[in-house]
Design a protein around this ligand. Sequence first.
Ligand SMILES: *Cc1c(COP(=O)(O)O)cnc(C)c1O
Length: 376
Amino acid sequence: MIPFLDLKSLNKVHREELIEAATRVIDSGWYIQGECLKRFEEEFSAYTGSLHTVGVANGLDALTLTIRAWKELGKLKDHDEVIVPANTYIATLLAVTENNLIPVLVEPDADTYNLCPKNIEQALTEKTRLIMPVHLYGQLADMPAIDAIAKRKNLLVLEDSAQAHGAQVAGRNAGNWGDASGFSFYPGKNLGALGDAGAITSSDDELVNMIQALRNYGSHEKYKNVVQGVNSRLDEIQAAMLSVKLKYLQAQTNARRRVAAIYMTGINNPLIKLPLNSNINVKNHTSHVWHLFVVRTEVRDALQCHLAKSGVQTLIHYPIPPHQQQAYIQSEFYDKTFPITERIHREVLSLPISPVMTDAEAYHVVEVCNSFSVDA
Ligand SMILES: *Cc1c(COP(=O)(O)O)cnc(C)c1O
């Protein structure tokens, strides 16, 4: 059986170092907002190239608290419109609706699955204040074009980088475009903690200062609350785990790329559409970090079944788009028609990919994909 993602093996590689780091935290007697968080925040800023990192409890909070901070600073207000891709994970929308702003769903580019600048332009209204590009599956959205639109229209940009640690476009990392960026360190992400964790990166001092207060009860100084904050802190143990794992992120990305290359060159079944490694013109030069390797086929369920029978576990990211989720039954966008998004959700299938997959396993997946036929 080739598992979709073997987290146990993935973390076992670092077992000794993780235990050592956890032991140091246990023995220190300091478990929240201490040296480990500070160190990880500095390391992650250096990694993304942004000036600041603010650790929070998870990726959803990273997005939610950034929007909340802009509201506190008077840059956003209730009912402002926010451009989001229609085909994202629901967290992107929840961050918007939780703040009482209006998500405006936009069809993605049909080949990269990322926000399409042309469709953004068409969705802009007088009330648009923010664009949230999601770097889906590990590939950056067309950030040079999106930042240009935002600049021209005086809009804020918040990247959802939960799937794109280390991905680049035009030599610049996810987390270093737009005004701010939200990351998730959920265990299955490219940089994963051993529990929940997330962070915001930004080079905007005022914004960073506000998020630092919001994550800690609205307080910079103990028992002095300047805003009505929340408790969303990244604790010392998880920060220590992340500092260990960040050191290996580049090597792990390279390992993912090796698996992706085997798939890209090996899979030649006409029923299976491979991912397009960027529609952005060559001069912008994107680099994909392959959080997910997503293929498409009109006979998705049959392909999934065929792979399962040959011992290959696959997943669907995601089976139901946000505009068809019961959670949004009261929303204006509920059950509207988004043909590209709906087709993507009907056809996508994620093949196994991870830093601990062997070449032999990847070649086996290729073979099974190539032996697939509709009457099989
Ligand atoms: C995982 C993910 C999130 C949320 O991160 P959590 O840490 O699970 O809260 C947000 N957006 C996208 C695109 C994600 O994949």
